[in-house]
Design a protein around this ligand. Structure first.
Ligand code: ZN
Length: 351
């Protein structure tokens, strides 16, 4: 049925997508992947559930009005949240970047607010983005796919036979926390040498900072000075805040050995992760999203080289590895896709 959703977008019911981010909330009414109206607001300093929720309710009213869609005509409201959720009950466990959101029964709150006139679906943001790519992005036409978002952390969504893989406690497919280096650093999750602690944007910047602090980063500091055209009294402190994946990747391209070493470790780690994904899930397609993928070929080529060299032939040859298509709208379109996907799943479960 997902093929029908993709090919027959004009006949779909309109839905509302809410992309609840750590710093910004975006709301849109859409039909398929076409945004009919949209708005956004910053979470600001007071980001408690009561404050943010009343703004979300206002934003939903506003976008529905602008799109000329009455609540009764809506297929449902999908919300992507930046943290772990119980997708069955629609409860947020906690949000690392939004304090005060522990154990919030988000679906119940919205159902009450809208007097149960529309359906509400909640998912974590990586699953939402993965569903967006599955229905309307790079994953169109595939039913076995893995989506990885590589930014400050590494999130993921595994779709097998058209369904999100959840497991016993709903935590299956935490691919950012698969072990890549059993002698590596301790990760935020408590495990050692996780993919996230090697290949995320945070890991790349942390490694560069550590090398500079240890006195090994003079060439990198010189490179940064040259692109910023600026002198620093205390280069380590001044530069620390400016190191990010983009700078390290640029330095690597310009031939700075330390930067090349850091990028090689990050991309090789990601390549090993992709091999594990291919061997575990036998997907048709692996889609990379998130800020680190802006490196483009400098990221994709070394990853593909590692995979081609070491992965098992049969599943490897059946796997395409591509970049995401939906870009900045991924979270919004994904939240809408969540509604279409969940409605479809429930319909299928009736038979
Ligand atoms: Zn971890």
């Amino acid at each position: 049925m997902s093929d029908k959703i993709r090919s027959d977008q004009k006949s779909l019911q309109p839905v509302v997508g809410v992309d609840l981010g750590g710093t910004q909330v975006r709301v849109a009414v859409m039909r398929g992947s076409n945004l009919l109206s949209r708005t956004s607001f910053l979470t600001g300093n007071t980001s408690t559930p009561s404050v943010i929720l009343s703004e979300i309710f206002n934003a939903i009213d506003l976008t529905l009005q602008e799109a000329g869609v009455p609540l009764e005509m809506l297929g449902g409201i999908g919300i992507g949240v930046p943290g772990p959720v119980d997708a069955y009950s629609g409860t947020i466990f906690m949000l690392p970047n939004l304090p005060g959101w522990d154990n919030v029964p988000l679906r119940n709150i919205l159902e009450q607010h809208f007097s149960e006139k529309t359906r509400i679906f909640i998912e974590n943001d990586a699953n939402v983005a993965g569903l967006g790519e599955y229905l309307f992005g790079a994953g169109r036409g595939y039913h076995n796919l893995v989506y990885l978002t590589i930014s400050t952390g590494i999130g993921s969504c595994v779709i097998i036979d058209g369904k999100i893989l959840r497991g016993a406690t709903g935590t299956a497919g935490e691919l950012g926390h698969m072990t890549i280096d059993w002698q590596g650093e301790v990760c935020n999750c408590g495990n050692i040498g996780c993919l996230e602690s090697i290949s995320s944007g945070t890991a790349i910047a942390r490694r560069a900072n550590a090398e500079i602090a240890a006195g090994h980063g003079n060439d990198l500091v010189d490179f940064m000075r040259s692109i910023h055209n600026q002198s620093y009294d205390s280069p380590e402190i001044a530069l620390k805040s400016q190191i990010n994946t983009q700078i390290v990747a640029q330095a690597a391209q310009a031939g700075v050995p330390l930067a090349q070493e850091i990028i090689i470790r990050a991309t090789r780690g990601l390549g090993i992760g992709v091999i594990n994904i291919i061997h575990s899930f036998n997907p048709q397609i692996i889609i990379f999203g998130g800020g680190v993928t802006q490196m483009g070929r400098a990221l994709m080529e070394p990853v593909l080289n590692v995979v081609q060299k070491h992965a098992m032939k049969v599943p490897q040859e059946a796997t395409r590895i591509v970049q995401a298509e939906l870009g900045a709208n991924e979270g919004l379109i994904g939240a809408g896709a969540l509604v279409y996907h969940q409605i479809e799943q429930k319909i299928e479960n009736l038979f």
